[in-house]
Design a protein around this ligand. Structure first.
Ligand code: ZN
Ligand code: ZN
Length: 432
């Protein structure tokens, strides 16, 4: 059928770019950079895009890069890749493993590793951009390749919006992003609706009255106050959230005091909240406020508690029609390797961009584990212990099939809007 002809034409170039693309990936992997410090990565990305004929904007936000390839009238497709790495000491033992170190935002020297696969995302998007640029006879419209900084810091997408992204690009008709995940390489996974949780960090400071440890009657003890708060918070998910609704509330950090015989004057609690619905998110945050304020009153706290929301990741909710169209195109191209993605409790800031621009989007997963290794672990029931997941110091996508599949997925999705067959009718309704 017409659309698959477009895909065949563009992907015919894939074997010819394989060595170049794997070289790009190894180079990025060996030289990871923390969020908002992706200077080398951004320069490499910008140079590649320019070489393929894209109009390029650099330093969008902090280190963001946007490439635009205009190819006549037609839809505008935006695809995002992220570029940042993590403060993790790599232990993959790969010949191209990172030995880089960097200074983080807090001034600490840390090891750096591409432990979330953002190097693969960048290499796949550069590959798709190159393939589309080499076969402009196979499609019409505009392709925007967007490389964002600092996904792991939850503010890279926002920084590009604040940096004037909307004025740099034509209004997209659709936006895509993809992520390598620990399932078999060769597979792509789609899911309509909520796919990644929203994530919030909430810092709560409660106040006591300091005193000598031997004179508790003179104090308001913030350790006792914080302890009751931690226990009361456990009731929110079990007693206030609708049963079956996904919600996590974790107190990841609790700090008070300095010495056994001093009653401190404050306690700080850092909470992490994950949900798949804005309503549930609001329910939890309201309940945290109510419980903390109530416990402070009950303890006779001398000052009102303070709340600071930070590291907010929006909910990633895939548009149903967009996802259906992409999933149908994946089904035609990948056959039974096009699978249903499970909901992920992780979070992403990608959706901030399409949400701000008013663009429907879909975000899919790309397998990254050697299929035989995965099958063996699945048979032994040891996937969770034997297959290193994202953010593990041993996370190591198998290069060949991961890049090939991620690149093909980016091309197939783009051509579902830009290809000659895309305008003929709703591809979702064509037979497979
Ligand atoms: Zn990550
Ligand atoms: Zn990631």
């Amino acid at each position: 059928m017409a659309q698959e002809d477009d895909v065949t034409m563009v992907l015919a170039g894939q074997p010819g770019i394989r060595d170049w693309q794997e070289g790009v990936y190894r180079d990025l992997h060996q030289h990871p950079e923390l969020g908002h410090q992706e200077v080398r990565t951004a320069a490499a990305v910008a140079a590649e895009l320019r070489a393929r004929g894209f109009e390029v904007s650099e330093a969008v936000g902090s280190t963001g890069v946007v490439g635009i390839l205009r190819n006549g009238d037609g839809p505008v497709v935006l695809m995002r890749a992220d570029m940042d790495a993590l403060p993790i000491q790599e232990s993959t033992g790969l010949p191209y493993a990172s030995v880089e170190r960097a200074t983080d935002a807090g001034g600490n020297e840390v090891p750096v590793m591409h432990a979330c696969g953002h190097d693969a995302h960048a290499a796949c998007l550069l590959g798709a951009a190159r393939l589309l640029a080499e076969r402009t006879d196979a499609w019409r419209g505009t392709y925007i390749a967007l490389f964002q900084p600092a996904e792991e810091l939850a503010d890279g997408a926002e920084s590009m919006l604040r940096g004037g992204l909307a004025d740099l690009i034509p209004q997209p008709d659709v936006a895509f992003a993809q992520h390598v995940l620990p399932f078999p390489a060769g597979q792509v996974g789609t899911l309509a609706g909520p796919v990644l949780s929203s994530g919030d960090s909430l810092r709560v400071t409660v106040w006591g009255r300091g005193s000598h440890g031997s004179m508790p009657q003179l104090s308001v003890d913030p350790v006792v106050l914080a302890s009751t708060i931690v226990l009361r918070l456990q009731g929110i998910v079990s007693r206030e959230v609708t049963p079956g609704e996904f919600a996590v509330l974790t107190v990841g950090r609790l700090v008070s005091g300095s010495k056994s015989n001093i009653i401190s004057d404050r306690a700080v609690l850092d909470l992490n909240i994950r949900t798949f619905s804005e309503t549930t998110r609001a329910t939890i945050i309201d309940a945290v406020h109510r419980i903390v304020e109530g416990e402070c009153t009950a303890s006779g706290s001398p000052r009102p508690p303070e709340f600071e929301l930070y590291d907010h990741f929006p909910l990633t909710r895939n548009d149903a029609a967009t996802t259906q169209r992409v999933a149908a195109a994946f089904g035609r191209h990948f056959g039974d390797q096009a699978v249903a993605l499970k909901r992920q409790s992780a979070s992403e800031d990608f959706s901030a961009i399409p949400d701000a621009l008013g663009v429907p989007y879909t975000y899919w997963g790309v397998g990254s584990v050697d299929p035989e290794r995965y099958a063996a672990a699945a048979e032994a029931g040891t996937v969770s212990t034997d297959i290193p997941a994202n953010h593990s110091p041993e996370f190591a996508p198998v290069i060949g099939p991961t890049l090939k599949t991620g690149t093909a997925a980016a091309v197939v999705a783009a051509l579902a809007w830009l290809g000659a067959g895309a305008a003929a009718g709703d591809p979702a309704e064509e037979p497979r």
